[in-house]
Design a protein around this ligand. Structure first.
Ligand code: NAD
Length: 484
């Protein structure tokens, strides 16, 4: 049976890629191929950028409130198709369906925030900067922007950027992750129904060739990227070389501290979600669990009990809190990290390697895995595993945890569980990551706050979404005027 083939969306039309090269899309729960995605090329990108460039002239003259009205209509259409988008997402990515619903909700929240354009895009002015001279500042759209997305949030991450780019008057080219392109394919079907002007929003599928064509394209003003740190750094550097604006969000190694006074029972559901939600494949996932002080043994016992109570299986089954990881190759990578942890002397106290899910013999499952007595220099305490693997590093004091956080190569997020405001203050003041959770295991800023880490987790000045987005997608123009 032939598999469905994903198309590109250019100038308001579904278009077959020029490349003739394809990759497979999998259902990670069943381990079966479900569709094919074109690995597009420079010609595809050129077509999309020229459509977007052409559309820019009229789109920028469309009043901001009229542009926002397209987004209002899109929001309603996404609400209507909410469950369908979530199901497509889980089918190709694997995450539990309820989490997919949460992701679609966050996607829509960015549209809601972006519709505040008539307030958020305004400039400012001052009379008499010198006698009889007035000055004012306008924010103007710049032209064509592009987005390059990772596999772990196929619905939400592209929409950290698209609504703000469009509502400020720019036009757009998206490249979804080639591992999970079906979600945005569904989203663009809805866009097509809503009927944006031709060329305002475009999608080119593919892998590195598409990315490189975007990075080198002279008519693209700026790029938003989310993915692994080596790629994020590469994107940042190449955008610098080709003179583009760039916001480039990278990987993570997040520490979750549990202080002796923490309300462990109240916090346990969010701790479990932090480490095992999305099978550990979130840039905000807990990776290192750092219980502080004497009560560590009792806490770890409770953590293991809550972990083993969690049901793992096909994400489409509402009973399952954790699904498979995205691909066979990624499963192998996680298993190799577990082997490394054992070799380096950590104690494997819960082994998820042998997990079998009834009825899903070929699924890409890794069971929840916990290492105890990990030390900060071990590979599993330094590198991003991006799977359901917990490294427990026992700490004596809060300062030791802060040192642990600040000596990781990444600085995306860090969390602390405690009832002590002084400890919280110390932690948030000294820990370097850009996103901090207090009795919250996934410190995910909402659409109206900026999303992004620090250090090797974020390259560029302006993070994802938040009010700063209106800055990223506009250039300032300052006018000085006088009349004789
Ligand atoms: P990835 O870097 O492998 O891929 C991301 C995108 O870059 C994809 O569209 C891919 O086609 C492209 N790409 C990959 N390698 C490339 C190369 N060498 N040259 C050009 N393009 C390339 O990331 P992923 O595996 O899809 O996503 C997981 C990673 O994303 C994790 O490291 C995770 O922490 C990170 N992430 C970060 C955030 C954040 O907010 N900081 C959010 C989500 C995911």
């Amino acid at each position: 049976m032939s598999l469905p083939i994903i198309k590109n969306y250019i100038n308001g039309e579904w278009v077959t890629s020029e490349s003739g090269d394809f990759g497979d899309i999998w259902n990670p729960a069943s381990g079966q191929k479900i569709a094919q995605v074109p690995y597009g090329n420079k010609t595809d990108v050129d077509l999309a950028v020229s459509a977007a460039k052409e559309a820019f002239a009229e789109w920028r003259e469309t009043p901001p409130l009229s542009r926002a009205r397209y987004l209002f209509r899109l929001k309603e259409a996404f609400e209507d198709e909410f469950e369908d988008i979530a199901r497509v997402l889980t089918t190709e990515q694997g995450k539990a369906i309820d989490e997919a619903r949460g992701e679609v909700r966050r996607m829509i929240e960015n549209i809601e925030h972006a519709t505040g354009v008539t307030t958020m895009m305004t400039g400012y002015c001052l009379e008499d900067i010198a006698k009889g001279i007035d000055s004012s500042l306008y924010r103007q759209p710049m032209g064509v922007f592009a987005g390059i997305a990772p596999y772990n949030f196929p619905a939400m991450v592209p929409w950290w950027f698209i609504p703000y780019a469009l509502v400020t008057g720019n036009t757009y080219v998206l490249k979804p992750s080639e591992q999970v392109p079906m979600t945005q394919n569904r989203v663009f079907e809805i866009i097509d129904d809503v009927g944006f002007p031709e060329g305002v929003v475009n999608m080119v599928n593919g892998s590195r060739d598409v990315v490189n064509a975007i990075l080198d394209h002279g008519d693209i003003e700026g790029v938003s990227f989310v993915g692994a740190t080596p790629t994020a750094k590469y994107i940042y550097e190449r955008c610098g070389a080709t003179g583009k604006r760039v916001q480039s969000l990278g990987g993570a190694k997040n520490v979750v501290a549990v202080m002796p006074d923490a309300d462990v029972d109240a916090g346990m559901p969010s701790l479990i979600t932090s480490f095992f939600g999305c099978a550990g494949q979130r840039c905000l996932s807990g990776s290192i669990l750092a219980p502080v002080g004497e009560g560590a043994d009792a806490f770890i016992e409770k953590f293991i009990a809550a972990t083993t109570a969690m049901q793992v299986g096909d994400g489409l089954d509402e009973q399952n809190a954790m699904g498979p990881v995205v691909s066979k190759a990624h499963r192998e990578k996680i298993l190799a990290y577990i082997e490394t942890g054992i070799q380096e002397g950590a104690d494997l106290i819960l082994d998820g390697r042998g997990l079998q899910v009834d009825g899903y013999p070929d699924g890409f499952f890794v069971g929840p895995t916990i290492f105890d007595n990990v030390t900060p220099d071990m590979t599993i305490a330094r590198e991003e595993i991006f799977g359901p693997v917990v490294s427990i590093i026992r700490a004596g004091t809060l300062n030791e945890v802060i040192d642990l956080v600040n000596t990781r190569e990444f600085a995306n997020a860090a969390c602390i569980y405690t009832q002590n405001a002084g400890a919280v203050r110390e932690f948030r003041y000294k820990a370097t990551p850009g996103m901090i959770g207090v009795n919250i295991g996934i410190a995910a800023p909402m659409s109206f706050f900026p999303f992004g880490g620090s250090g090797n987790s974020m390259f560029g000045d302006i993070k994802g979404h938040g009010r700063e987005s209106f800055q990223f997608f506009t250039d300032t123009k300052v006018i000085m005027e006088r009349y004789f």
